[in-house]
Design a binder for this molecule. Structure first.
Ligand SMILES: Nc1ncnc2c1ncn2[C@@H]1O[C@H](COP(=O)(O)OP(=O)(O)OP(=O)(O)O)[C@@H](O)[C@H]1O
Ligand SMILES: [Mg+2]
Length: 308
């Protein structure tokens, strides 16, 4: 069952517009929907003509919307890391925990972890109140990084778990040889070891997110009738393919915006395609969003989503 929706694509192709129109169409069919913006530069509120913040606010019957505060998720992630470092390693005075923490603060990956835990929070704590969750995504680079993170991180967390198991075995061996050594005091079974417990919990959370992305999410890529957005869509498809993430639909938005020549790449031509005209008068209201015409994509989503 697919109940989570992501629209991906180059900057400005219409991710916020189409995800809002999609959420509105579902809501007006009578489905309970939450739309959540993951873009640090939020403009979901403008698209939906509603005042939004980091908690779900009702936009109209059946439709709630929120703008996830990524900066507070980054802070939360760092605070969690600081607490765990202190809990697990404060006995080791040779480690300078503050300098460790500073490295973490500026290390690559912090922002995408924050997005990942924000998605987990929406999925675990808010999604149960709705039938469907639509995510308005950030720029491609960040989206591809957070979507691939559960798969990449699972590999190294698994290696860290193996390493921790070896450390615990060695400690036990030493304590058998010399039961009065200081190491013997810190000997615990795997089940009682805090580091081992933390690592296995992280692995479980990552596995749940991987399942959310591969089995429960409907991903769609948007292009405009231009070469650049098509190239970026091909790059997105290639990256998603690497992790077995299925791309289920192609949206060609802003049809008729220009007469410039463009061509759809063969990789994209195999996707089920939905076209949306360019609205010359601009899109300024929810009724304009509804006029974009989402019915056939929503119908396709509901049919596809209920198959698995
Ligand atoms: N079909 C359309 N007809 C007319 N204007 C459109 C259409 N789709 C999107 N737009 C306009 O194009 C602009 C960019 O759209 P939107 O903000 O949805 O793109 P985006 O992909 O979310 O951008 P970003 O990458 O900055 O988040 C907006 O002004 C929006 O109103
Ligand atoms: Mg946007």
């Amino acid at each position: 069952m697919k109940d989570t929706v992501f629209f991906l694509g180059k900057g400005g192709v219409g991710k916020t517009t189409l995800s809002s129109a999609f959420a509105l169409e579902l809501a007006r069919m009578g489905k309970r929907v939450l739309i959540a913006s993951l873009d640090p530069a939020h403009n979901l509120g403008d698209a939906l003509s509603a005042r939004l913040d980091s908690k779900p606010r009702t936009v109209e019957p059946n439709l709630d919307a929120m703008e996830v505060s990524l900066s507070s998720w980054v802070e939360r992630y760092l605070e969690d890391a600081r607490r765990q470092l202190k809990e697990n390693y404060s006995y080791n005075l040779t480690l300078n925990l503050d300098s460790f923490f500073n490295i973490l603060k500026y290390s690559p990956g912090t922002e995408e972890y924050a997005v990942l835990w924000a998605i987990e929070d929406v999925h675990c704590h808010l999604a149960p109140n709705y039938e469907y969750v639509v995510f308005d995504t950030p720029p491609t680079a960040l989206s591809l990084r957070f979507l691939s993170l559960p798969f990449i991180s699972k590999l190294w967390v698994t290696e860290l778990i193996k390493l921790r198991e070896r450390i615990l075995e060695k400690r036990n061996t030493i304590s058998q040889i010399n039961p009065v050594s200081p190491i013997a005091e810190s000997c615990v079974d795997k089940e009682d070891d805090r580091v081992y417990g933390t690592l296995t919990t992280i692995r479980k959370r990552l596995a749940a997110l991987a399942t959310l992305f591969t089995k429960k999410s409907f991903m769609s890529v948007i292009v405009n009738p231009d070469e650049l957005s098509v190239s970026e869509a091909v790059r997105i498809k290639d990256e998603l393919d690497k992790f077995g993430l299925p791309l289920e639909a192609l949206c060609v938005n802003k049809q008729g915006v220009s007469d410039a020549a463009w061509e759809l790449a063969p990789q994209l031509a195999r996707l089920t395609r939905f076209d949306f005209d360019f609205t010359r008068e601009g899109i300024g209201s929810r009724e304009d969003l509804v006029r974009i015409g989402m019915a056939s994509l929503v119908e396709y989503f509901l049919k596809k989503g209920s198959q698995k």
